[in-house]
Design a protein around this ligand. Sequence first.
Ligand code: ZN
Length: 434
Amino acid sequence: MEKDVQNAASETVTAITNVRIFDGDQPIAARHIVMKGASILSVGGDIPAEATIIDGERATLLPGLIDAHVHTSIGGLRDALKFGVTTELEMNGDFTGRGREIQLKNVNDVADVRSAGTAITAPGGHPDELLPDDDEIPEFVLRELEKLSEEDREAMLAAYAHDHEEIPQVTTVEEAIKHVQNQMENGADYIKIMIEEGTVMGAPGLPVLSDEILRAAVEEAHACDKIVVAHVLTAHSSQTAIDLGVDGLAHLFIDRPEYTSDLVQAIVDSGAFVTPCLVLNSSIIGNPASQLAKDIRVNAKLSGDWIDILNSSFHTFPQGDMANSFRNVMDLHRAGVDILVGTDVAPVPVPNLGGLAHGASVHHELQLLVEAGFTPIEALQSATAKPARRFGLHDRGRIVEGARADLVLVDGDPTTNISDTLSIQAVWFKGVQQ
Ligand SMILES: [Zn+2]
């Protein structure tokens, strides 16, 4: 019986008609799409007689959005999907292939996720300074656990225990190689390295692994055909990461020293992408995301805890200037570097990690990219086709025949007014309307 129901669902045919379509790269002439089961059957083709018709007049259809820098949880993935973010890319956490199997077994109302597993860092290095001191599970995590069903709670704790019993200390080249191999065994989708000496995190003097050890990790990941993404928040550490041969920077340098143009050229030459997380830089400088939190299109979808988080900020580098981040990201963009939308949101609402929330902050990042000087179309590319290509997720990020039916229908026209991405009418995840 259950199988029949599933088969019926997989054959469901839906057409969205009369709609403006942004296909991940550009607005296109076609005005309708047909989805069947989990995929897009056609774009601008025949509409089958049995199709359920959804009139998209005065609306725009976008590929499901991708957040290329998160730390997530079942609740985070659930919130993401409400905001049309159908894929989250975790940059240190528990959602490796193995983690997904344990945690998402019984869950189907969440965004898809990929993960680096546990990032490589020095003993006591970043992100240690952001976490509570003792080994106990902190109160804010327990509060989130309470909101989950018994089953989800056990799955989350099991994944946490599995990943944390195995965290090897990395202090040598051999241990770095072993660490990469452990992540691969857990089903990591890419590898993350940390280069953070702490100044902009309000913790100067954090230990950082030597270039020799980090280079060994990068080489091992590349030998396993995995891309490497680096945590770097300053121009200096960005240059180090590029010299080590990483494939992407998970942040945008927050400072703007005299050698910035050389650094930009080095990033161009390396072919690396940059995920600026302007929302994070803004928070680090001390700006809460209060406008976003007030927006009824955001407020109605988030818990009070997350709204409180949006209304606060990291505030660890108040001497910073957002204008520098805007100039830096525009220099990179104009020079041809692929810029990806990311947020660096935490898995659960952590009081000192303010200004960021799952799903909502992707829309905020789009707005900040436009404020920096991106056209709305360029900003939308950075949340759809570009991250899909850079992370090898070739089944998504675009509205083309055969792609996953991960779709967002929004009122208005975000290709001219970026704020319209928040006016969500409907979200489809693998063809199922949420
Ligand atoms: Zn992060």
